[in-house]
Design a protein around this ligand. Sequence first.
Ligand code: TXA
Ligand code: MG
Length: 320
Amino acid sequence: MAEIGIDVSFASELLQKGRLVGLPTETVYGLAANALDLEAVAKIFEVKNRPVFDPLIIHTNSIEKVKKFVDCIPLDLELLLRQFSPGPLTVLLPKSKLIPDLVTSGLNRVAVRIPKHPLTLELLKGLDFPLAAPSANPFGYISPTSANHVNRQLGKKIPYILDGGTCQVGLESTIIGFEEGKLTIYRKGGLPLEAIEKLVGKVYLKEHSSSNPAAPGMLKSHYSPNKKVLFKSDFFRENETPELSKVGFLGFSEAIKGIPLANQFLLSKKGDLKEAAKNLFSGLRFLDDLDIDTVLIELVKDEGLGKAINDRLKRAASQN
Ligand code: TXA
Ligand code: MG
């Protein structure tokens, strides 16, 4: 298993030697490597079992440093970066030659973000290279929101995990970039759409695709537990007298009758979307670990963070 600790200089040393480190951000834990070191980046794909057509986000600690790794920053994207960084925002920018093609899967834009976590910001501040870091989970599985989540799945393959506690946002960053002259959201995430539109006006939403590698990061089936995931409404429509002992429920604020309470996980009893986002992935993991065969889910309010929560829930269910 990996060593877990809060030693930023040890993490820094490992990264400078081309090793991988698990690290905390406000969204989810990342699996980090020196983005300018091809061999180190290749290890990320290997450890995650991630297809190389799925590009990586690079992380750094300031807009000044971002400028070293991109050719330019369009005005609206710079406005967004200035307003919401550090924070759960990723912007797609024309990449400079410094960034290896492996990082961007051959695309000419690189995804950049400044994460909001004191340990990781301290680490990034001391590095003269950006960190490529996807979520620290095996490809297609639920993202990790604690050091322990990372250790359970990737601990055997990496030397160190920087422990920054439980992720405060709990959903991956919102990804935005220009497409055909229009500001486009590529992934709904921890920064709500409403906050973005308040600053830069109406944005366009890119739909998921399971077949178009030119639009990666939007695979329809993702964030999937190993159990069968079904919408509660579909399940009860199709089963009039269901056997419920092997069924679990991931609900928003209210439990449902008939399912053992020990098999139910409520995202926020008080109906708070922020709390629900923070609990989403650990809830899915909790249910995935139970001795059940089906997880029922229900959508939350489709506003603010609820939009990104619902996006993850739908994708978790689309494996079936
Ligand atoms: O919150 C986050 O963004 C976390 C933390 C660790 O920073 N990272 C994360 O990385 O979620 P990952 O690799 O799990 O998801 C990043 C998504 C991928 O699905 C990828 O396809 C998309 O970003 N992406 C990266 N570079 C891209 C690019 N140049 N064009 C389009 N999509 C891109
Ligand atoms: Mg991911």
